[in-house]
Design a protein around this ligand. Structure first.
Ligand code: HEC
Length: 153
């Protein structure tokens, strides 16, 4: 696995529409739908922070601290994904399929929770190869759910 591969994963996962900055879009959304987008942005920000340091785009003085803090934040915010789709929170880019295939949505959120926890453990251990492997698994977990349950636009 090389840097180009990781950059491609990062692009697919992170180049998502950020709706909270589009005022018109937000006016019709319930608070629960806006909350989903806010938490999802937190997930993406901490993953993006990890990626920037892991790929050497930035070189903070204590690199390990940044890898660990970003992946811990990612692992924590990812535990919320399963709770972001209560009844009545339809809208945004969340496809209606979520509410008819809730078990699958919940399974994918558990996969993301497990994958991000593994990445946090890998960062803690300082093992770059383990981080690379876990990075890929996290990217796959984001993409699997988005491909099925998030509208492409
Ligand atoms: C179990 C499903 C699921 C998983 C796992 C998941 N997402 Fe999402 N994500 C969604 C859904 C659904 C939306 C659309 C939310 C909306 O528009 O209401 C979304 C939206 C987003 C957005 C756009 C937020 C906005 O402001 O509109 C970003 C960025 C994002 N996800 C990043 C990630 C990253 C990074 C990961 C993996 C670490 C991830 N997601 C994992 C389901 C998931």
């Amino acid at each position: 696995m090389n840097r180009t591969f990781f950059a491609a994963v990062a692009a697919v996962v992170l180049l998502a529409p950020i709706h909270s900055i589009v005022a018109d879009d937000d006016t019709e959304l319930s608070d629960a739908a806006k909350y989903r987008e806010t938490v999802m942005e937190a997930v993406a920000s901490s993953f993006g922070g990890f990626i920037a340091v892991y790929l050497g785009k930035v070189e903070p003085s204590s690199k390990d601290k940044h890898l660990i803090a970003n992946t811990r934040a990612l692992a924590i915010s990812s535990t919320l994904i399963g709770d972001l789709v209560p009844a009545g929170s339809e809208g945004g880019d969340a496809l209606p399929l979520i509410w008819t295939e809730m078990d699958t949505y919940q399974k994918y959120s558990q996969d993301a929770t497990a994958a991000t926890a593994e990445l946090a453990r890998a960062a803690e251990s300082g093992d770059r190869a383990a981080m690379g492997k876990a990075f890929k698994a996290v990217g796959t977990s984001c993409k699997t759910c988005h491909d099925k349950f998030r509208e492409d636009d």
